[in-house]
Design a binder for this molecule. Sequence first.
Ligand code: FAD
Length: 477
Amino acid sequence: MAPTGKTSLVWLRDDLRLDDNPALAEAAGLGLPLTVVYILEEESVGVRPLGGASRWWLHHFLATLSAALEARGSRLVLRREPSGDVIRKLATETNAGHIFWNRRYGLPERTIDAELKDWAGGNGIEASSFQANLLFEPWTIRTGAGGPYKVYSPFWRACLASGDIREPVDSPAALPAPAASGRGLPASDPLKSWQLLPSSPDWSGGLAATWEPGEEGALRRLEDFLDGPIEHYGAGRNIPGAEGSSRLSPHLRFSEVSPFRVWHGIRRRFPRNVPADVGTFRSELGWREFNWHLLYHNPDLATRNYRPAFDNFQWGRLSRQELAAWQQGRTGYPLVDAGMRQLWQTGWMHNRVRMAAASFLVKNLLMDWRIGEQWFWDTLVDADGANNPANWQWVAGSGADASPYYRIFNPVTQSRKFDPDGRYLRTFIPELEKLSGKEIHEPWTTEADGYPEPLVDLAESRERALEAYRQLDDGQD
Ligand code: FAD
């Protein structure tokens, strides 16, 4: 038996927060009994299943979100069947007159949402969607000719010229309790039954020591960053051994912190003019917006070259042994290895090191960028549906506004420049602990117990990559 009066249903997805959550705020404002659901979309057609590190994050995050909802008089319902089915069943069971969600931008997700909107319309249910996770929705930013942007700088300029960015909405102080039907409150899966946490082996110790998943951790990290590091971001963000960047990426990935909250947090700190370092930080947020713009207009960004000329590119033969050495941080090049070990231990890697590690795989080992993208997808706590493939394609040269093909990061030069005393290298490679700041960048020139010899010769592998790239017929796109 359904409840007699109408109720509301909020479907939380990549907007797992109470703060600046327009769908939740709007539903709370209606004052009707409210069911809040999160669906693990492993059975929804086309939706990319989460990687291992993201599943770890999601588990901890859902636990904190659930507690926060209970503290406000509500409750989180967890389900894992195909999402369209869940919403239709729950809406019927709870006699929902209104369904609320915040918009998302991948094609499979949009298709699910559009079908649901149709179904709701046909069943007398109002479905309302809101902008919550991007400052600029992809279809609103268009070139003079009306098409999507392919180059970052004019895209970001157009974004900044497109008008004011709305203020964030505060989190509701209280939420209406869910509606009970004849069958009681809507059933929820126990979070544990989803088995999101790794076991045998449990590799998550380093992640737990590094991160605080959840809204509180996200807002604290934002405040800490705005309190100091942002003022030196321009230089600080390049030093892997320092905390010079915000480390907000997993919080933004799961949208535990709203980009609107970040934007206006900056605005409040720097109300008059924006210092150069702060502008640089904002432009990184712009890359996130750009990558989602790209994904919206190119839904298969994670599987297809953005530039079709790369479809004929001759990647080298896949060597399982070389791939394993890269994944495990045993290439013999300290910057690459420190990065890959940082990734494995903490679920995150510094941006400069990501570029060097990715360039090493794609160019020095000549492996298809999709192989690296998939490894990052599985191991990053910030694995993001747009940022990950777009950045891999940027490094490979197959992407939009990509790094030129002849740009091959030299891991030795890079670590000498950005980690001169080897502080970062030593943190993740204990075998190199005793080497001097001079020796540590080229450990093969000295005795380094237990550390591997270089997997490939840098100059030779660079030449091989340049030769392969020169064959590319790239005049067409
Ligand atoms: P900050 O420097 O503090 O930047 C603030 C925010 O801006 C970041 O949290 C992020 O949301 C955004 N941002 C910064 N740099 C970029 C960028 N190059 N592209 C898009 N957004 C950016 N970032 C992800 O969020 N998820 C990924 O899956 C991801 N995969 C990557 C793969 C490769 C091969 C490379 C080279 C980069 C990848 N990045 C990815 C981009 C970047 O490395 C991270 O966003 C950044 O290191 C996160 O650290 P931070 O939060 O301290 O960044």
